[in-house]
Design a binder for this molecule. Structure first.
Ligand code: ZN
Ligand code: ZN
Ligand code: ZN
Length: 99
């Protein structure tokens, strides 16, 4: 499942464009928007992929932390869950420096 950041509609994992507003989901899904934001933030050192509790085994295997420039796209292509991939990105922040 992908959520459109423009209109909040859900589209299937396979959709390339939002089924409601036709936004390009490679750019405007909520996960794509989050990833872009984390990459642009210098305090984010790495990006972790988190999975839903009932995620499929394929998604669980990919549950790990990635360097910012090697983060795989979501939704995972091989996801076999009936509701599709619901993984999301989480920022790994650098240690706060002395303020
Ligand atoms: Zn939309
Ligand atoms: Zn999955
Ligand atoms: Zn997944």
């Amino acid at each position: 499942m992908q959520t459109c950041s423009q209109c909040n509609s859900s589209s299937p994992d396979q959709a390339t464009h939002c089924i409601h507003c036709q936004a390009d989901l490679h750019e405007f899904s909520t996960t794509a928007v989050a990833l872009k934001k984390f990459r642009a933030n210098p305090r984010v050192k790495a990006i972790r992929i988190s999975v839903a509790n009932d995620a499929c085994s394929h998604c669980y295997e990919l549950l790990q932390t990635y360097p910012k420039d090697e983060v795989p796209r979501l939704p995972h292509e091989g996801c076999s869950h009936e509701n599709g991939c619901r993984c999301f990105y989480e920022p790994v922040l650098s240690e706060m420096s002395i303020t």
